[in-house]
Design a protein around this ligand. Structure first.
Ligand SMILES: C[S@@+](CC[C@H](N)C(=O)[O-])C[C@H]1O[C@@H](n2cnc3c(N)ncnc32)[C@H](O)[C@@H]1O
Length: 230
C-alpha cells in the first residue's frame, strides 16, 4: 500500500493543462507535472511490445503531447498520431512535435466518447497497429473508456494492440491508499469520473472482440493493460 502524498504521481493528474497551472514555454509547449517521472518506466515496460512494431499508432487523449513525442522517439518504426479534443492541448502537442524535430503532424481532434473509428481522419490512417491511452479513462466519463475500447475493436489490424496506462482497481480492490484517496477526490469533483476496475475494462474488451494480453504493474501503483485484436 502506498500513502497518498506528493510522491504519488497519481495525485497530480489534471483533467486539463493550462498555462499558469502547469509550466509552459512561450511556443505553447505545456509540461505535464507527471510526465518526467512516469514516462521512462512506461517506455521500458512497452519496449518488448512496441520495439520493431510497424504501422499506425494512435494516442487518445494526448494532453501536453509529451508522451506521444517520447513514443515517437523511442519507437520510430511506428507512425505516431497524437489526438486530443482540447484545442490548447493540441497546440502544445504540435509545439512539442516541432521542438523535437519530429515529422510535421497535425494532432487529431478526437473525442473518444464518439464513434471516432468511423471518422474520416481515423479512416484515412488505415488499420491501426496500436491504440494507446494514458491517464485518461479515470478522469473522463465511462463513455470515454467504452468509446476507446469499442473504437479500437473496429480500427485495430489483426494482431494490433490496445494499451491503457494509469491507476486501476483490481477486481474491486484499490491497489493502494493513494489511489483510493485519488478515486474519492475524482468522484467528488465529478461523479462520472473515477478509477476504473480492470474487470470493467476486460469486459468492454470482450464485447469489442479484443483479447486480454498483459497486465503490468508500474511504479506508484499505476498499471498497464494490454489487449490484442486476434
Ligand atoms: C490527465 S490528462 C492525460 C494526458 C496524457 N495522456 C498524459 O498522460 O499526460 C487527460 C486527457 O484526457 C483528455 N480528454 C478528456 N476528455 C476526452 C475525450 N472525450 N476523448 C479524448 N480525450 C479526452 C483531456 O483533454 C486530457 O488531455
Amino acid at each position: 500500500m502506498s500513502a497518498a502524498g506528493p510522491d504519488d504521481p497519481s495525485e497530480r493528474h489534471h483533467a486539463r493543462y493550462r498555462p499558469g497551472e502547469v509550466a509552459a514555454e512561450p511556443d505553447g509547449r505545456l509540461h505535464s507535472p507527471t510526465f518526467l517521472r512516469n514516462n521512462p518506466p512506461i517506455i521500458a515496460a512497452l519496449a518488448p511490445w512496441l520495439s520493431g512494431r510497424v504501422g499506425m499508432a494512435l494516442e487518445i487523449g494526448s494532453g501536453t503531447g509529451q508522451q506521444a513525442a517520447a513514443f515517437a522517439l523511442a519507437f520510430p518504426d511506428l507512425e505516431w498520431w497524437p489526438s486530443e479534443p482540447d484545442e490548447i492541448h493540441r497546440a502544445s502537442i504540435a509545439a512539442w512535435w516541432r521542438a523535437l524535430g519530429l515529422p510535421e503532424r497535425e494532432p487529431l481532434a478526437l473525442d473518444a466518447a464518439t464513434d471516432w473509428a468511423a471518422s474520416d481522419e481515423v479512416k484515412a490512417l488505415g488499420p491501426l497497429s496500436v491504440v494507446i491511452s494514458l491517464n485518461v479513462i479515470h478522469i473522463t466519463p465511462f463513455a470515454v473508456a467504452r468509446g476507446i475500447v469499442s473504437g479500437a475493436g473496429k480500427a485495430l489490424v489483426a494482431g494490433g494492440l490496445l494499451i491503457f496506462y494509469g491507476p486501476f482497481r483490481e477486481f474491486g480492490e484499490h491497489t493502494g491508499a493513494g489511489n483510493e484517496a485519488f478515486d474519492a477526490r475524482l468522484r467528488a469533483e465529478n461523479p462520472e469520473w473515477g478509477v476504473r476496475d480492470t474487470r470493467e475494462i476486460i469486459d468492454l474488451a470482450d464485447v469489442a472482440g479484443l483479447e486480454f494480453a498483459a497486465f503490468i504493474r508500474m511504479p506508484a501503483n499505476n498499471r498497464i493493460l494490454i489487449f490484442r485484436r486476434p
